[in-house]
Design a protein around this ligand. Structure first.
Ligand code: FMN
Length: 204
């Protein structure tokens, strides 16, 4: 080994280790295995389920709110009109930087067989390119495949890859009548999906 190589070798090695470490750290900061759970909820069913799911999956949770009140009759009628006419509402937040995440769960109640207006709007206004997405819904009735495919298409149109759909009923049929389930029951049902969600996100 000549003199200059001997002299420079420790420096070259130190720089190489530093660069390798820095690129590893940057790659980690770009998109980790950490899950981002986004939810919209009007009456608290989806929220209760998502708070429990978020804890079980160690996910970061963000609530998507509708800037327009949906607490009264006119607010609901306005939302239903917008959903059926393919219009949007204003959401808070409008956009989220997804770059720290590879895995995203989008959760919403079903409204008129579609995802609740605020979540539908949020998905349409954000890009999910390169993200693996799970869709979680709560609804009074069982939502069949035809509508779930439309939910998936919404995410695909925004660039996401859908890994799975999960749904929890917010009512039970008792003597042919729909009886609302307690939040505890909704949480219990949602938590049954944790192993399946983990498998989907792990690509198994
Ligand atoms: C405006 C509106 C429309 C709804 N449309 C449907 C529907 O089409 N199918 C259904 O099964 N449930 C429907 N529901 C019931 C909700 O999806 C269900 O109660 C859900 O669990 C509510 O979630 P949240 O408490 O997180 O808002 C609707 C509720 C509202 C307020």
């Amino acid at each position: 080994m000549n003199y200059y190589v001997k002299k420079c070798l420790p420096f070259v090695l130190a720089v190489s280790f530093f660069l390798a470490g820095a690129s590893y750290a940057l790659a980690g900061a770009e998109a980790s295995g950490k899950i981002l759970l986004l939810y919209y909820s009007k009456t608290g069913n989806t929220k209760a389920a998502c708070e429990a799911l978020g804890k079980a999956l160690n996910a970061d949770i963000r609530e998507i709110k509708d800037r327009n009140s949906r607490d009264s009759g006119p607010g609901i009628i306005g939302a239903m009109l917008k959903i059926n006419l393919g219009m949007q509402t204003d959401t808070d937040p409008e956009k989220i930087d997804f770059s720290p995440y590879k895995n995203i769960i989008v959760a919403a109640p079903v409204w008129a067989s579609k995802l609740g207006l605020a979540m539908k709007t949020f998905i349409e206004n954000n890009r999910f390119d390169g993200k693996d997405v799970i869709i979680f819904i709560t609804a009074d009735s069982f939502i069949d495949e035809k509508y779930q495919e439309k939910h998936r298409q919404l995410v695909k149109d925004s660039g996401g890859t859908v890994l799975g759909n999960f749904q929890v009923q917010a009512t039970d049929l008792v003597n042919k009548e729909k009886v609302p389930r307690t939040k505890e029951k909704i949480v219990e049902e949602a938590l049954k999906f944790v192993p399946q969600m983990q498998k989907s996100l792990a690509g198994k």
